[in-house]
Design a protein around this ligand. Sequence first.
Ligand code: GEK
Length: 246
Amino acid sequence: MSKPTPRDNLYSTPQDMIVDFAFDDAVVKVFPDMIRRSVPGYETIITLTGLLAEQYAQPRSRCYDLGCSLGATTLSMRQRIAPDCRIIAVDNSQAMIDSCRQHIMADAGKAQVELCCANIQDIAIEDASVVVLNFTLQFIDPDERLQVLEKIHQGMRPGGALVLSEKLGFEDDAEQALQESMQLAFKRANGYSDLEISQKRSALEKVLVPDTLQQHQQRLAQAGFASSHLWFQAFNFASIVAISQA
Ligand code: GEK
């Protein structure tokens, strides 16, 4: 990811009709800039996901990057895990997978990477010691999230780790308002106009549905994870690590 990527101007001009957000060619072109300027803590989470992977990856096991986009998490894990581990990177956007392939090919890491264009709800999880959902579960229908986590848990080795990073909602209205206004301030400070922010928000409204931290932790327990811990939070974005079995 060393080449500078084009600036995200997708929502900078008034649009007659805001269509639901999709991970298409236009988004792929500006994606690294878009996510870095929109998600507080994104780069830290990606870097530290590599460190978590190093800590939990078991010999000759599989590490999954679910909703891999352009492969930022895959490359961060690849830098730190042993070469006898295999990374399976999955995304259901063909445009993302095509561009991700270029990034993987340009990287000198040793662990094998298998790229898969599929819905994460349809793939098998097998012999995994590390599974990462970095900002992906939030795009799955809330009623189907438990099933995804159950499948992940069933496919994990004892002592394996799931890294789950998400945009959070908050039950307390005052906290919701504070955290949301700080993400807004973060986006403004990164050069997004109020028009861009409001049009993007409309596009994401039905597509990205955040849960609260409590909902995540309850669901992880219900899916069978022995424990889960909040390890990072920046305003309304957070990351949890869940351990498959003590
Ligand atoms: C990163 N993890 O750079 N099956 C497979 N992929 C999906 C699905 C699904 N059901 N739903 C959404 N996606 C990355 C960032 S972005 C987060 C992840 C964001 C994919 C979708 O195509 C997109 O590439 C990714 O999940 C979400 O750390 O844009 O806010």
